[in-house]
Design a protein around this ligand. Structure first.
Ligand code: SAH
Ligand code: TMP
Length: 345
């Protein structure tokens, strides 16, 4: 999945660039020692986060196995190696560059099946007083919003505070802070350090308790989640079939990885959704996996607005709604399915 033709370029979202600027600013303000610190990021993609450290003249290293996106970062002056992170690579980095003051990651920890080698690598790489900060979609948010499309090919894990604490404790590391994020429909940012090296924030307790009150540790909760997924699917399909019967045009907005779960699980076919609009050049002219809905350039969406746009990139809703005022002004309507299937008037 992660190779020279990786299809996701982080910097397609302007909002995410701001998000990672704020993330980097926080790391610089709160966690970096004065003596030539080293910041390592796993899954650094096109340099969306590390470009901020590069601009500040801070020693940094991106670890990004997907060659095409890594090259964009390198061209921007972000130091990047095109490899997969793990314990062996951590040893090499320590030998060549010394230990890391901060180890960062966003939307990648949850992608990696060999997670134990990752955590062992972090333990080896991290300075005694260093911090790990990473964010990933949170199981509680997915269960609450029925956002089952967070389960897609790249996603191996859906973490909770409980599961992350359990995993890192096995390597002598502990969660010292937690910051819920609105990005990607509800992520959690974990701040982790060597056990006893830094004070544990009182903020860690509340999300852990919330997870228990949501019943994330109980099978019945996940049974209910399954039922909610089935209901969501049935409602979306009924809506799309009804619109087709009325002769309305529906176009998908954003050929996200997540949309692949929706189209295949629901059984959405090209007669229901004419094409999917996406701004990423390497996705255009291709077909969505499995459902074979054509992916077309954004310009085609604008040239001939459909009656309805099915918002597959719902995690970027705010940015997209702002940008697409003209679509709505001309009578276009949005179809959303998180947290409920609905038509926005
Ligand atoms: N951090 C960026 C990119 C997330 S996409 C953002 O939040 O926008 C996940 C990225 O992690 C991809 O660029 C992929 O190539 C990379 N990746 C996947 N497995 C990896 C691994 N084992 N080590 C390092 N990077 C990895
Ligand atoms: P993501 O949900 O994994 O972040 O992917 C978002 C996809 O949506 C990506 O392929 C780019 C596309 N996209 C657009 O086509 N238009 C937009 O305005 C935004 C924000 C994303």
């Amino acid at each position: 999945m992660f190779h020279e033709d990786y299809a996701f370029f982080s910097s397609t979202s302007r909002y995410m660039a701001l998000h990672f600027k704020a993330f980097a600013d926080q790391v610089m303000a709160d966690y970096l020692a004065d003596d030539d610190p080293l910041v390592v990021e796993m899954g650094s993609n096109d340099g969306i986060m590390l470009q901020n450290f590069a601009a500040a003249g801070i020693r940094h290293l991106g670890i990004e196995p997907s060659q095409n996106v890594a090259q964009v970062a390198i061209d921007k002056g972000v130091k990047t190696i095109t490899e997969f992170f793990g314990a062996d690579l951590a040893r090499r980095i320590v030998a060549e560059s010394g230990p890391a003051d901060a180890f960062l990651a966003a939307s990648v920890m949850c992608h990696i099946p060999y997670i134990h080698s990752i955590v062992e690598g972090i333990r080896l790489l991290l300075r005694p007083d260093g911090v790990v900060m990473f964010e990933d979609p949170h199981l509680g948010e997915v269960a609450e919003k029925t956002s089952y499309d967070q389960i897609y090919d790249e996603q191996t894990f859906l973490f909770s505070v409980a599961s992350i604490s359990y995993l890192f404790e096995q390597y002598g590391l502990e969660v010292i802070d937690i910051e819920p994020q609105t990005t990607h429909g509800g992520s959690m940012r974990y701040v982790i350090a060597h056990q006893g090296a830094r004070p544990v924030s009182p903020k860690v307790a509340a999300p852990k308790e919330k997870e228990r009150s949501l019943g994330l540790h109980l099978p019945a909760t996940h049974d209910r989640f399954r039922q909610n997924c089935e209901n969501s699917r049935d409602r979306l399909m009924a809506l799309l079939k009804d619109l087709k019967a009325q002769g309305k045009r529906v176009v998908g907005y954003g050929a996200t990885s997540k949309s692949t779960t929706i189209t295949n699980y629901c059984g959405i076919t090209p007669d229901l959704v004419e094409f999917i609009s996406d701004t990423t050049p390497i996705k255009q002219g291709k077909y969505s996996p499995g459902a074979h809905i054509p992916v077309r350039p954004y310009e085609e969406f604008v040239r001939n607005y459909p009656d309805y746009a099915l918002l597959f990139a719902w995690n970027h809703a705010h940015e997209i709604m702002e940008k697409e005022k003209a679509f709505r002004d001309r009578g276009g309507k949005w179809i959303v399915y998180v947290p409920e299937v609905a038509v926005l008037d």
